[in-house]
Design a binder for this molecule. Structure first.
Ligand code: 6PG
Length: 252
C-alpha cells in the first residue's frame, strides 16, 4: 500500500525547523517504545543545518535520549570528512558534537575512499550489521530525512543516472552534474523501505520543483528521482516552508 504524502506547510523557516525537530523526536520516541532503539538516516546540502541546530539547542536537546539513536547517512560527497562539502562535516559540526553523540552510534560513509564502489559495498555491510539480518533483502530504517534538488534529485540520485535504477544494492555510487560529482548514496529500495520518510524543503527557489514533484504534469515529472520516493509500508511526509509551497494549488 503506497502512502499518500502528508504535506505540512510552515509559515517560515523557524517554524519549519520546530515542526521538523518535533516530528523527529516523536518518531524517535515511538521507535524506542516499540523496539528500544531509533535508526535515522540524514541528508546533507544546506537545508538541514537549521534543523540540526534546533535539535541541538537547549530547547530540544533534552527532549530525547539520543544514546538510543543510530545515525546513518543518506548520501555523502566523495571528499574527506573534514572537507566543507562533506555531509558528515555538516552533521558532525551542527548535530553530533553539540549532542555528544557517541561515535559508535554514527555510521559514516567513507567519502574519502579512492574506491567509491568499494566504499558503497562497505557501507551496505555496515547497515546490514547495524539494522538488518543477514537474509534481509532491504534494511528497515526508522526515519530517512531527504532534501530536494531543483532538478528533482534527492539523496545523490540524480536524473538519468544509473544509481536511480539500482534495484538490488543498498548503496550505490552517484554522479552529480555539479559540485563534488562522485557521491555515495542510499538507493530507492532502502529509502522506500523506511518506516518514515521526510522531505525537508525550504525557500522560494524550490517552489517550482516542489510543485513538479507533488503535482506532476507528465510522465517525465513522475520519473524524477524525488517522485520515485514512495514508501512501501511507511509514511511519506513533506515538511516545507511557505515560500517553497508558494506554487502549490490552494496554498494560502
Ligand atoms: C546532498 C544532499 C542532496 C540535497 C539536495 C538539496 O548531498 O547535497 O543529500 O540531496 O539534499 O541537493 O540541497 P540543499 O539543501 O543545499 O538545497
Amino acid at each position: 500500500m503506497l502512502s499518500v504524502p502528508e504535506i505540512r506547510i510552515s509559515r517560515n523557516r523557524k517554524d519549519w525547523a520546530t515542526e521538523a525537530a518535533t516530528l523527529i523526536i516523536r518518531v524517535g520516541q515511538q521507535a524506542v517504545r516499540s523496539r528500544g532503539c531509533f535508526s535515522l538516516a540524514v541528508s546533507g546540502g544546506t537545508t538541514p543545518e537549521l534543523l540540526y541546530e534546533t535539535l541541538a539547542s537547549a530547547a530540544y536537546a533534552e527532549r530525547f535520549d539520543w544514546s538510543a539513536a543510530t545515525f546513518f547517512f543518506v548520501d555523502e560527497r566523495c571528499v574527506p570528512p573534514e572537507h566543507p562539502d562533506s555531509n558528515f562535516n555538516l552533521a558532525n559540526r551542527a548535530l553530533f558534537l553539540p549532542l555528544r553523540i557517541n561515535l559508535n552510534n554514527i555510521y559514516r560513509m567513507s567519502g574519502e575512499s579512492s574506491d567509491p564502489d568499494g566504499a558503497a559495498r562497505e557501507y551496505e555491510a555496515q547497515i546490514r550489521t547495524a539494522c538488518a539480518s543477514p537474509t534481509d533483502i532491504w534494511p528497515r530504517i526508522d526515519l530517512v530525512l531527504l532534501g530536494l534538488g531543483n532538478d528533482g534529485h534527492t539523496a545523490s540520485l540524480f536524473p538519468g543516472t544509473a544509481a536511480v535504477d539500482e534495484r538490488h544494492r543498498w548503496v550505490a555510487v552517484g554522479h552529480a552534474p555539479s559540485g563534488p560529482s562522485t557521491r555515495l548514496t542510499l538507493t530507492l529500495g532502502v529509502i522506500n523501505q523506511a518506516s518514515v520518510v521526510v522531505f525537508l524543503v525550504t525557500g522560494a527557489d524550490k517552489a517550482g520543483i516542489v510543485k513538479t514533484i507533488l503535482n506532476p504534469g507528465s510522465d517525465a515529472d513522475r520519473q524524477l528521482p524525488a517522485a520515485l520516493v514512495k514508501p512501501n509500508r511507511g509514511r511519506l511526509i513533506w515538511l516545507i516552508d511557505s515560500p517553497a509551497a508558494s506554487e502549490l494549488e490552494d496554498h494560502c
